[in-house]
Write a protein that binds this ligand. Structure first.
Ligand code: SF4
Length: 73
């Protein structure tokens, strides 16, 4: 199965209830969290399993494609 393309997650902060479920199921390395104890939204996720989106009880996690890394000149 091809590796999923990296994504950046977005969280609707007004809807988030800070339950911690997204962090609990996240297979990323430790520290892939935001200042609000959710999954990180400021850097690409290269696993892109989407389990966090599935588990969020208020369905407030979405994602968009990560920008391709800049290539050295
Ligand atoms: S699972 Fe959803 S509601 Fe819970 S902390 Fe993460 S973003 Fe917030």
């Amino acid at each position: 199965m091809p590796k999923p393309a990296p994504v950046i997650f977005d969280i609707g902060w007004n809807a988030c209830i800070n339950c911690g479920a997204c962090v609990a199921v996240c297979p990323q390395e430790a520290g892939f969290i935001s200042p609000f104890d959710t999954i990180a939204t400021d850097r690409p996720c290269d696993i892109a399993c989407m389990i966090c989106e599935d588990i969020c009880p208020v369905t407030t996690i979405t994602h968009r494609p990560a920008e391709p890394a800049a290539q050295p000149a």
